[in-house]
Design a binder for this molecule. Structure first.
Ligand SMILES: C[S@@+](CC[C@H](N)C(=O)[O-])C[C@H]1O[C@@H](n2cnc3c(N)ncnc32)[C@H](O)[C@@H]1O
Length: 261
């Protein structure tokens, strides 16, 4: 125990948990520690405890750090340019079939799924919309079912859309009944389980594969593609790519958007 407390990595992780609630000690140390040290080095900090001081005093640095490292970080309308493409181009096309059946694969606490529901309803008002969110983290799925988001979660959300789909509640934002009726959330492991229902029209898997090895990531992308109907779309994170799109039966239509052939 005494050894652990003296361990700078343990001290760093404990302090990060106190700062923002994320317990990095729950993740595989080798890969996680390397990643943290690389991040610290890039900021000119060559030891973890001086990097910790930076995180304590620089909110933007803490945000960037969490975005890069974590597992549950999310936001409403995260990467607004992706939602713009989705709302203007993809949703109207999908809506021609009268329904949009979507999967948020790695949904965290639901920000992506509720944003998706809002963007679908807003751009396809007559279509039947359903969104299922999967996450391995039971705590996040519980939070997602509540549908409440902080001001920080809403920082990228267009103000008019936020006011249209969310009500001010308890110092944050509560998803309205229509969004909540559209979304459901389930605890599942994307690496070992597959959905049993009909093929999806739209799958979002953003910022979830970064913790996986390349082989695991590529196998997951192939499985996600297998659960899309022909003509359906897969969206990945803004900085992510499907390594072998043709092998997955996918055609890139934007850097982060793929259509099932
Ligand atoms: C960084 S969040 C991304 C949330 C959202 N997609 C977004 O882009 O804002 C990644 C999520 O993937 C989940 N995740 C990681 N491995 C998973 C797995 N094997 N099965 C299901 N979810 C997983 C994590 O629990 C986490 O909530």
């Amino acid at each position: 125990m005494a050894i652990a407390v003296d361990d700078p990595y343990v001290r760093f992780c404990t302090a990060v948990r106190d700062l923002c609630g994320l317990n990095l000690l729950q993740y595989r140390r080798g890969q996680m520690e390397r990643r943290i040290r690389t991040f610290a080095d890039r900021r000119g900090k060559n030891d973890l405890l001086s990097y910790l001081e930076l995180l304590k005093t620089d909110e933007q640095e803490l945000d960037d750090f969490l975005d890069r490292l974590t597992i549950n970080v999310s936001q409403l309308w995260r990467n607004p340019e992706q939602w713009d493409v989705l709302g203007r181009e993809i949703v109207p096309e999908l809506a021609q079939a009268g329904k949009i059946n979507a999967w948020s694969a790695g949904c965290s606490y639901g920000a992506e799924a509720y944003t998706l529901a809002a963007v679908c309803h807003g751009n396809a008002p007559k279509a039947r919309i359903s969104v299922v969110g999967w996450d391995i983290d039971r705590r996040m799925v519980h939070r997602a079912r509540v549908g409440w988001f902080s001001d920080a979660d809403a920082r990228s959300a267009p103000r008019d859309e936020l006011a249209r789909w969310f009500a001010r509640a308890d110092g944050g934002w509560q998803a309205d009944e229509r969004l909540r009726a559209t979304c459901r959330f389930e605890v599942h492991d994307l690496l070992t389980e597959t959905p049993s229902g009909p093929a999806f029209d739209l799958v979002l898997c953003r910022n979830t594969v970064i913790y996986f090895t390349e082989d695991v990531r590529d196998a997951l992308h192939a499985r996600l593609a297998a659960h899309l109907r022909p003509g359906g779309f897969l969206l990945v994170g803004a900085t992510e790519r499907v390594a072998d799109a043709p092998g997955c039966g996918l055609v890139p239509v934007r850097p982060f958007v793929y259509r099932k052939a």
